[in-house]
Design a protein around this ligand. Structure first.
Ligand code: CUK
Ligand code: CUA
Length: 623
């Protein structure tokens, strides 16, 4: 009933959205009967009683919120929001000196694809990488603390879309770019698109010692849109694949103009070879970055024709195949790495495109998989039994199929229009099976209404039986594109940061809290401890900071409560500043006291029965 009433509406919208480019005569009725959790057995499957913990962590990207959303599976309870590319007053991220510098002045980001660090093709639970489509950044989250430890701004490139793309031993994180721009974002008229614009892919290395990312090199590809990507595994581990669209090189009205040709390409490249070319000095230097020009080096990069406007491309867990899904072609295309290597070796080229050899489609393709009436395949995930799960955006379902034979095994409707899905350890070398979460773009009337803007929806699908079954639906803020699901016991967090007496600017003893003035810079070495602030141990009012208008104020605050879950906040009333200090942490807040007056300081994070008393004053005397 529920389903019947709303399906036509969704279909109508989707048909409308796509009508101008996609000429599908009819849409199917939704692919089956609704299977929202209703039976008691399903409720039991997702119920995690208090005192027990979930089996998996789900890290769902927050899209244009710039954040990561952390959920538990199977309960689908939201545990935490971790800010990555956007400031967050709840944690003070982007307010304290270090994280503010890291954000580089940007107040938003667009996080699509998170990727765990890997060792031998398995998630190792150490780091999570992510890229920012909006402002061209790459970030690394430390999974010991669930905080961002480094951010890298990538020059020469625009809209690094995909980070779900770490090589087998985290040698590289590749950032294909969604938009083409002139190198260095310089001005060039769009009439010069074909000559001046490039789709630049970045290869980023993460240095575990320094905890920093480094831009190793870039590749100046033709001015196409590079989309999704995946790294090889096992026999294909030196290789990686990414999809492209707009090989038409349209500069306007892409909806129509980028869908002219029947085929676009998958870029197949050997990153070991590219690495060697860079080491051998074969790269150019553009704006301080080593840049490979594929037409010049003439090796290591190949194009594989694929059905038009592909979106996802995913490597099977055994590393033998890569599967592309086309937004506009209702089929998944299975390609063989072995065949591709053979085509490269024996130069089975069908031509070349801007100096890059194009492999013969039939020499590389294994089969096209076209489940009946399934429309809009986007992304594929895997289980432990040789099955693939592809999300169908237009027909609103997940289709399970056999990788070896292409046979459709099962289909389950989801509510509605899934982009990605994620299975348990689904893009590692050994997926777990058991769970799949569909990340749905539309929730329609699934939840209580909150007005015209609806939440997105994440639906948990039980893969353990013969039939897939949706067993839970969780609303989520905009907008998960992709997610990663990892066994909970792989992540080892720390609760209290170590008492590091050598840490610069930290103060661990009350009597050492002090305020130092150097010219018009005032350094405060303060302490937060239940339930008071100590800024100046020698003063009669130890919780007061007095400065002059125009002073630069630098507040270093150490939380010396070394107890689990005792976080203090530090907000200054009417100064638009707030930060948070975790147990054992030292943070720095830096600002110009440009406003004279009396400003209460208070702990913003409830920490004790006397939390309300944890206050002080900032007094700024006028000039
Ligand atoms: S993209 Cu959003 S649904 Cu950025 Cu992975 Cu396909
Ligand atoms: Cu410290 Cu509330």
């Amino acid at each position: 009933m529920y389903k019947k009433m709303i399906m036509p509406g969704v279909m109508g919208i989707m048909a409308g959205l796509l009508a101008s480019t996609v000429m599908f005569a009819d849409f199917p009725g939704g692919g089956g009967t609704a299977s929202i959790a209703s039976a008691n057995g399903d409720a039991e499957k997702v119920y995690v009683p208090f005192g027990k913990k979930d089996d998996y962590y789900l890290f769902a990207s927050g899209g244009h919120s710039g954040q990561m959303f952390i959920y538990g599976v199977p309960s689908m309870r939201r545990i935490r929001t971790v800010p990555v590319f956007s400031p967050d007053p709840a944690t003070g991220y982007g307010f304290d000196k270090e994280s503010k510098a890291m954000l580089g002045g940007y107040s938003w980001g667009d996080l699509h694809h998170p990727a765990f660090s890997e060792t031998k093709g398995e998630y190792d639970g150490k780091y999570l990488f992510a890229t920012d489509v909006a402002n061209n950044r790459a970030a690394v989250m430390d999974l010991k603390t669930f905080t961002v430890m480094d951010m890298l701004q990538t020059p020469n490139t625009s809209g690094p879309h995909c980070a779900a793309f770490v090589t087998e031993n985290t040698e590289y994180l590749f950032l294909p770019t969604r938009f083409s721009v002139p190198l260095g974002n310089e001005y060039a008229p769009l009439d010069e698109f074909k000559t001046k614009y490039k789709g630049v892919m970045s290869a980023v290395k993460f240095n575990e010692q320094s905890k920093k990312q480094e831009l190793a090199y870039q590749v100046a590809l033709p001015p196409w849109s590079f989309d999704l990507s995946d790294a090889g595994k096992k026999g294909s581990s030196d290789w990686a694949v990414m999809t492209t669209y707009n090989t038409e090189e349209a500069t306007t009205n892409l909806e129509i103009n980028a869908s002219q040709k029947d085929r676009d390409y998958i870029v197949l490249f050997n990153w070991k070879e590219l690495e060697k070319m860079v080491a051998d000095g074969k790269a150019d230097h553009v704006n301080g970055v080593k840049m490979i020009d594929p037409a010049k080096v003439n090796a290591g990069i190949y194009l594989v024709p694929v059905a038009k406007s592909p979106h996802g491309v995913d490597v099977t867990p055994d590393g033998k195949r890569f599967i592309a899904s086309g937004k506009l072609a209702p089929a998944m295309t299975v390609f063989s790495f072995e065949k591709a290597f053979d085509a490269v070796k024996n130069k089975k080229f069908a031509g070349q495109e801007q100096g890059i050899p194009v492999l013969d489609y039939n020499a590389v393709m294994e089969r096209e998989v076209n489940p009946e009436n399934a429309l809009g395949p986007l992304h594929t995930q895997f289980d432990d039994k040789g099955f693939a799960y592809t999300t169908m955006f237009i027909s609103s379902e997940v289709v399970k199929w056999n990788i070896e034979t292409g046979e459709t095994i099962d289909r389950v409707p989801v509510q509605y229009s899934p982009g990605h899905s994620v299975s348990a350890e689904g893009d590692s070398a050994s997926p777990d099976g058991q769970w799949l979460v569909a990340l749905n773009k539309l929730a329609k009337d699934s939840y209580l209404s909150v007005g015209p803007s609806h939440p997105e929806s994440m639906q948990l699908i039980d893969l353990s039986g013969d039939k897939m079954k949706v067993v839970q639906s969780a609303p989520v803020d905009p907008e998960p594109h992709y997610a990663q699901m990892i066994k909970a016991d792989k992540i080892q967090t720390i609760n209290v940061l170590p008492k590091d007496e050598k840490r610069p600017n930290s103060v661990w003893k009350q009597e050492e809290a002090r305020i130092e003035r150097h010219g018009n810079v005032v350094d405060v070495y303060g302490i937060a401890m239940r339930s008071k602030f100590t800024f100046d141990a020698k003063a009669s009012r130890k919780d007061v900071i007095e400065v002059k208008q125009g002073d630069k104020v630098v507040i270093h605050l150490t939380n010396i409560d070394l107890d689990e879950d005792i976080t203090h906040g530090f907000g200054i009333n009417n100064y638009n500043l707030n930060m948070e200090v975790q147990p054992g942490e030292t943070k720095t807040l830096e600002f110009i006291a440009d406003k004279a007056g009396t400003f209460p300081i208070y702990c913003t994070n409830f920490c004790s029965a006397l939390h309300q008393e944890m206050t002080g004053y900032l007094l700024v005397s006028p000039n």
